[in-house]
Design a protein around this ligand. Sequence first.
Ligand SMILES: [Zn+2]
Length: 199
Amino acid sequence: MVALPALTSVDNFFRSQGRKSVQQDRSELVELAANIRQRAGLGEPPFSTRIMIDECFPDVYVTGERLPRGVAESVSMGKRGPIIAYNRLLTTAQQRLSIAHAIGHLVFDRDDLRGHCKATPSDERESRAEFFGAELLVPLTMFSDYVRRWRYPRETAMRPAHLNMVDQLASHFHVPQSLIHRRLAALGRYRKHRAIEET
Ligand SMILES: [Zn+2]
């Protein structure tokens, strides 16, 4: 693996990327997420958000806060640099996903950090941050390899054996089960089951 130069700020990260941040192309987001994990030296899950921040975004301050109900995180610009605040009431797995989502905002929306995330289905910024956060913690290519080992038929999607697998994958990647369900849906594993309740 090629050694990458040390980064000292989000700005340096963008300079190293040649400012491709406005790209909407999903394959570029996947590549960028892989780049962050590589720079952080993270090869195997669970991928540490702490190490990603320390290695790629050292000027970012991450802190827990008592945010309003339903708000998972906020991203704002403080005097010394960007601040990611996650909702302290969330589980650790949810906090990790919130921080990964917030990293997405830092990467793509840093010129206009709006604070609390208020997701609507048509909000492209939110869906991009959500996609990026999911890809950061559960890379779909790697996830697909894990899932393939189980070899279960789709028809058993809500049976205990399947839910056990979801739990194990959630533990392995240290993310909420709801994200595992969404990743399985992204792989086309849920033909009949559209909506999975958030956990
Ligand atoms: Zn957001």
